[in-house]
Design a protein around this ligand. Structure first.
Ligand code: SAM
Ligand code: DTB
Ligand code: SF4
Length: 350
């Protein structure tokens, strides 16, 4: 198979709707061409700033406007993050992903503190990923200089469905941030969520966007919605295993070199269901008993699963060198950070 290909929506639909066992077989074949099928990357999430977010993402328990059980927490200290990173590393994680409930990054003391966190975790020999909302090219460059390996910024769904889920920012600004990340030489981690009431076409339109990025995203998280009480999507039904397997297999086929991450939603899946996802080309998970604010299987349970399936954790920097820390990450420029607020009806007020 050619590596970069221009797919049409019809082609993606045809792949997605292939009889399931045939689809898994095709995806597994592609997977084996580019990856060691016994290796699964382990990434651990840490919420470095929790809750109180001004955005209205309908799925998110951290949006200030929804009444959820999430407790707000200011930015963690560098020491707290270092401690969590060491714990995750000792448990087998090769990557730490730090998430902040921000709309976008500001050039302030909090950002300077995040840069120190990146530096410290990089020095522990782990891949460092951040997900901080929208960032400028200069902010991406400083993160790169501090030793950032990847930046997570999800497209989440199709452009059309996005407007039903989020009204406080635009898809274009998401794409702009991805472009800023790429220009700084940081690996892109971008994927989406299924189970928000979107159609199969919406899911595949999101995938189409990802296949058109050059290079393809280094990693692609596929999240099943975790319906959280208090959010507008609290009553959405749990995504079925078959849908998750189809989405993962299609992603694997069209983004053959990317790490495909079986992300949120594993607490609702049996180990047998997860095994099907690995067979269909997933080769990464978030491990640790918490995602950002919701639950996840324990490390021990995941290690039991790895043992039963004969899987092993992927070592760090298998797909790219360890970023060198450059002291220039401390250099600030005067820039006006301005991300427009779209003038849409606020769809998610409840
Ligand atoms: N605030 C930043 C942003 O939105 O880019 C970073 C953190 S945000 C929580 C990261 C991603 O988590 C979202 O893009 C979404 O894909 C995922 N996410 C949030 N809540 C979720 C939920 N309830 N179920 C599944 N995925 C979720
Ligand atoms: C991603 O795609 N999924 C992760 C990570 N990137 C930041 C977040 C999942 C969050 C699930 C809901 C929660 O725990 O708050
Ligand atoms: Fe804020 Fe990110 Fe949650 Fe949206 S997904 S409400 S931007 S933390």
């Amino acid at each position: 198979m050619e590596f970069y290909r221009d797919y049409s929506l019809e082609e993606l639909l045809e792949i997605y709707n292939t009889p399931l066992l045939e689809l898994i077989y095709r995806a597994a074949t592609v997977h084996r061409q580019y990856h060691d099928p016994a290796e699964v990357q382990i990434s651990t999430l840490i919420s470095i700033k929790t809750g109180g977010c001004p955005e209205d993402c309908a799925y998110c328990p951290q949006a200030a406007r929804y009444h959820t059980a999430v407790e707000k927490h200011d930015l963690l200290t560098v020491e707290e993050v270092k401690e969590a990173a060491i714990k995750a590393k000792n448990a087998g994680a090769s990557r730490l992903c730090m998430g902040a409930a921000w709309r976008n990054v500001r050039n302030n003391d909090d950002f300077d503190q995040v840069l120190e966190m990146v530096r410290v975790v990089n020095e522990l020999g782990m891949e460092v990923c951040c997900t901080l909302g929208m960032i400028t090219e200069h902010q991406a460059k400083r993160l790169a200089d501090a030793g950032l390996y990847a930046y997570n910024h999800n497209l989440d769904t199709s452009v059309e469905y996005y407007n039903k889920i989020i009204s406080t920012r635009t898809y274009d600004d998401r794409l702009k941030t991805l472009n800023n990340v790429a220009k700084a030489g940081v690996h892109i981690c971008s994927g989406g969520i299924i189970g928000m009431g979107e159609s199969v076409e919406d899911r595949l339109k999101m995938l189409l966007h990802l296949t058109r990025l050059r290079p393809h995203p280094h990693s692609v998280p596929i999240n099943a919605l975790v319906p959280v009480e208090g959010t507008p999507l609290q009553d959405q039904p749990i995504v079925s295993t078959w849908e998750m397997v189809r989405m993962i297999a299609t992603t694997r086929i069209v983004l053959p070199k990317s790490q495909v991450r079986l992300s949120a939603g594993r607490l609702f899946m049996s180990q047998e269901a997860q095994a099907l996802c690995f067979m269909a080309g997933a080769n990464s998970i978030f491990a640790g008993d918490k995602l950002l604010t919701t639950g996840n299987p324990s490390f021990e349970k995941d290690m039991e699963m790895f043992q039963s399936l004969g899987l092993k954790p992927q070592p760090p920097f298998k797909h790219g060198p360890k970023p060198e820390v450059k002291e220039t990450y401390k250099v600030k420029i005067q820039e006006k950070v301005k991300w427009d607020r779209p003038k849409l009806n606020n769809v998610n007020q409840n």
